[in-house]
Design a protein around this ligand. Structure first.
Ligand code: NAI
Length: 264
């Protein structure tokens, strides 16, 4: 391989990194040499992730941030830049899931979903571009999409709409950012066993009137080539590749990591 997957000298800010996919990615990025900002609603979890990274010899700080709150996002980025320098890599990863059929989907839940996934992506992008556009120093923005950026599932109207929306944002940023050496991508994982998914299994079982085992086998993993969950390491490795890639040959892409559930 010609390229090295090193993030030495880079600063990465990952939202929702107190748990699941984001937390593991923060650890992988730190091992690749990045200084990592763990930005999460859950301050204790963010601090715990940062401590785990520091204990392993890496550099990280935890920052409390609600990605739907513009003032909190801007204040968090300011603190992050002061502590670890300009942001080179943003991973907009914070997310939640609320499942319900459309006829029962509360408007408040719809708005909450769009706020976290889309407003959060927009606000953190805007804040990161202040670092990345300065002197055209550039950077990489990665949005955490989903197979649901391309496919639909029952009960997930707001999630599917929001995850599709991220594709549009990434493509616009790939075009606008090019002049400033900024690249943008969406990573689209299949089901990964994190707290977000563990919570959904009994909820979907109840809503669909089937067992938890059947939700896993016949709903979540039904269309994969091997019946396997995607892992947090699978997602982190793809993120590392995109973050380390040296040129705009690769920009505006959506990379699906799903055991063949969705094929482009
Ligand atoms: P998780 O529940 O383990 O972690 C999500 C994190 O986001 C939590 O630490 C939570 O505190 C944080 N968060 C929630 N709302 C926030 C807000 N307003 N501001 C800041 N932080 C907030 O979930 P997981 O599974 O690691 O998901 C991460 C991302 O990956 C989400 O965007 C999710 O939609 C996406 N994803 C997850 C898949 C899965 O199967 N687990 C599959 C495809 C995509």
């Amino acid at each position: 391989m010609n390229m090295t997957l090193s993030l030495k000298g880079k600063t990465a800010l990952i939202t929702g990194a107190a748990s699941g996919i984001g937390r593991n990615m923060a650890e992988v990025f730190a091992r690749a040499g990045a200084a990592v900002v763990i930005a999460d609603l859950n301050q204790d979890g963010a601090d715990a992730t940062a401590k785990a990274i520091a204990d392993a010899g890496g550099k990280a700080i935890g920052i409390a941030m609600n990605v739907t709150d513009e003032a909190a996002v801007n204040a968090g980025f300011e603190r992050a830049v002061k502590a670890l320098g300009p942001i080179d890599i943003l991973v907009s990863n914070a997310g939640i899931q609320i499942v319900n059929p459309i006829e029962n989907y509360a408007f408040a839940d719809w708005k909450k979903m769009l706020a976290i996934h889309l407003d959060g992506a927009f606000l953190t992008t805007k804040a990161a571009l202040r670092s990345m556009y300065a002197g055209d120093r550039g950077g990489v923005v990665i949005y955490m999409g989903s197979v649901h950026s391309h496919e639909a599932s029952k009960l997930k109207s707001a999630y599917v709409a929001a995850k599709h929306g991220l594709l549009g944002l990434a493509k616009v940023l790939a075009k606008e950012g090019a002049a400033h050496n900024v690249r943008a991508h969406v990573i689209c994982p299949g089901f990964v066993r994190t707290p977000l998914v563990d919570k959904q299994i009994p909820e979907q079982a109840k809503e669909l009137g089937i067992s938890a085992a059947d939700v896993i086998r016949n709903v979540m993993l039904k269309d994969t080539v091997d019946g396997e969950f995607t892992t947090v390491d699978d997602v982190a490795d793809v993120a590392l590749f995109l973050a380390a890639f040296p040129s705009a040959a690769l920009t505006g892409q959506s990379i699906v990591v799903s055991h063949g559930w969705f094929m482009q």
